[in-house]
Write a protein that binds this ligand. Sequence first.
Ligand code: MG
Length: 261
Amino acid sequence: MKRTGLLTAILLMASLFPVMAQTQGPKTKVIAHRGAWKNTGAPQNSIASLQEAIKLGCFGSEFDVHLSADSVLVLSHDHVIQGVDIEKATAAQLAAVKLSNGESLPTLEAFLKEGLKQSKTRLVLEIKASKVSKERSLALTTKAVQMVKALKGQALVDYISFDYDVCKRVKALDPSAKVAYLNGEKSPEQLAEDGLYGLDYHQSVLKKNENWIKEAQQKNLTVNTWTINQREMMDWMLERNVDFITTDEPEQLLNILKSGR
Ligand code: MG
């Protein structure tokens, strides 16, 4: 009887191990950089690229936000799109800009409304610093946070910026907001002191300061890195258990993670 009991216990444990290995899974999560555009044909920073990132099951989809001359928030990576300088253009002029798939240049409002129809893919909102003035960067920040609140999107929207004053302004406006800094020169200690959610640094910064990865995580900061499109660098980051990888190749990274490496 005793032996049977022991055997049963061993068999039970053996059968549980693969389940445990599966449920533990890889920790790193995929953020689509400017949406999922490269392999889908959707334009960067379009509503279509967000829909593709959601369809893929990305943990997050990143996008860039600027402020028009008449204070409307719109999506674009560059300050000038199709010859139109966003900060000097009106919302009406910007609405006339058509992306390659026929979409109008998205407003933040339209984009968030689409993104908030679901709750699985996080919306990673990059606040682009103004080329005109710090005041405009901060005005953009206030408007963006207000819009997220008005649309009840706080639980799904994260913020990132190269401008540290912008990061701190987001925290002042919404203390519960998850804010990560992009520029790379601040230590994890400094970011933790200022109550940030994490660092989101270029791969070269993390290669040079490898110890920052662990240091940040020990301080309960998340570690994100960009823009990782090569397998070798994906592996380097995965081996170091970064929290997020921002990539133009979300399909490839998702497949690597699914295969369990
Ligand atoms: Mg960006």
